[in-house]
Design a protein around this ligand. Structure first.
Ligand SMILES: [Zn+2]
Length: 438
């Protein structure tokens, strides 16, 4: 499940909650930006626009315009933020001071300066043996969420009767360990962004109580309650508890993971591993469904409101200029095809196109602006297979991990964890073998 999802209430109630969550998100974002003169998103930092000087004349106007219109700003773009002219792009760097950066385009493909970046595109890797198609490649695995004792707080927990509780953060870590073993056999150097069910951030919810209170006051809740009543509490988002927890497990945690990726691990690729879900209602009495699907995400499809933030606009432009998309899109398409083949899952269709844009050729890949896909400064492929509360996936999760195949729901199948791991590894083998001419 992506961080923005919150499957806590059924039906109409769920819709209301979703709307409230979205409103809260915007209030929260606006409240924080109103406080900071720098117009920065939640727990964000002031952008260093001078870094972009290194990207002068590294991209042609056509390529820049294509990436802006077809990938990153598919919901439109205010010309006072980014204006694409004949020889330059004029990019607003600071809302308050109204300063701009002039990004000069390369005159032609052959006149382009090299793109500065720390990660290695597949085509730039040295030659490899056919049985080690991932040799020389640094891959960071990011198992989504935390799991363990944090799973309930994250709203990534449900339990059917007295069966084993389903905790997304534990499932993703299990998959990551299997993926790591396979990728190492194939020659890759593998790192874990999270290797246990404890947070990477040293912060805890209590560290954000004051910030949570400030956010609620700006949201028009001057006398906020301290605590949530229960998981069905309709006004839980107006409590200091709920706000400080989300600042901890989402914003602080993902930003800390990004620091680890960007300043320590320096991978050529990050794989974000998740399991999807449909709204399950009461986590102690969850709804199971026959709906099951697969999709993958790459960064893009920024909302106009998101582009108003100086840091988000900066991160988008830096990402665009790094050409991470040129690597992550074909990679995501290839992994999607191997995952679809092995899992037999149909592509997920987002109910609206408000925050996503379908990209690529597989039918399974969407562009979406998530914190992780935006902040990790290298190609990022974000996997969302299996609806955890589908009857099929639930039975397979309960069956646990095992070698070989077993009969689950009348079909001989690998464990859901191995099927996930093997199909991701198969996609990487296919993509890198082809790119390296093996
Ligand atoms: Zn998830």
């Amino acid at each position: 499940m992506t961080a923005e999802k919150n499957p806590s209430i059924n039906g109409l109630l769920f819709q209301i909650m979703k709307r409230t969550a979205l409103l809260t998100f915007w209030f929260l974002t606006l409240a924080l930006s109103a406080r900071a003169a720098d117009n920065i998103g939640i727990l964000g930092s002031k952008p260093k626009w001078s870094v972009l000087e290194h990207y002068q004349e590294t991209i042609t106007r056509d390529e820049f315009a294509h990436l802006i219109h077809d990938v990153y700003c598919t919901h439109g773009l205010a010309p006072d933020l980014i204006e694409v002219n004949a020889d330059t792009a004029r990019i607003l760097t600071n809302h308050e001071s109204q300063n701009f950066l002039a990004l000069r385009f390369a005159k032609s493909d052959t006149a382009r300066n090299p793109v500065p970046r720390l990660w290695h595109p597949a085509k730039s890797l040295p030659s490899a043996k056919a049985n080690k198609p991932l040799s020389g490649l640094r891959i960071a695995l990011d198992p989504g969420h935390l799991g363990g004792k944090w799973a309930k707080m994250e709203e990534r927990w449900f339990q059917v009767g007295s069966s084993q509780p389903v905790q997304e953060g534990d499932l993703t870590l299990k998959v990551a360990r299997l993926v790591a073993a396979r990728l190492r056999e194939l020659g890759a150097k593998v790192f874990f962004v999270r290797h246990s069910n404890e947070p990477v951030t040293p912060k805890r919810p209590d560290d954000f109580r004051e910030l949570a209170r400030t956010i609620l006051i700006k949201n028009g809740v001057p006398q906020s309650r301290a605590d949530v009543l229960d998981s069905n509490d309709l006004e839980k988002e107006q409590t200091i508890r709920w706000q400080s927890e989300i600042l901890f497990y989402r914003y602080s945690e993902i930003r800390r993971r990004a620091s680890l990726v960007n300043f320590k691990l320096h991978p050529d690729l990050v794989l974000c591993l998740h399991f999807n879900a449909e709204g399950w209602g009461d986590p102690n009495n969850p709804t199971l469904t026959d709906i099951n699907h697969l999709h993958l995400l790459v960064n893009g499809s920024y909302l106009q409101q998101e582009l108003e933030f100086d840091d988000e606009r900066f991160e988008m432009i830096r990402r665009l200029l790094s050409r991470a998309y040129d690597e992550e899109l074909p990679l995501a398409d290839t992994i999607a095809a191997t995952m679809a083949r092995e899992t037999q899952l149909p592509p997920y269709q987002y109910p609206t196109t408000n925050s996503t844009t379908k990209v690529g050729t597989s039918g399974y890949v969407y562009a979406r602006n998530l914190l992780a896909t935006r902040l990790y400064r290298c190609p990022v492929v974000y996997c969302e297979p299996y609806v955890m509360n589908s009857n099929d996936a639930f039975a397979r999760i309960q069956a646990g991990d095992y070698e070989g195949t077993r009969n689950v729901n009348g079909i001989e199948r690998k464990s859901i964890f191995r099927e996930y791991a093997d199909s991701v590894a198969a996609g990487l083998v296919e993509y890198y073998s082809k790119a390296r001419g093996l």
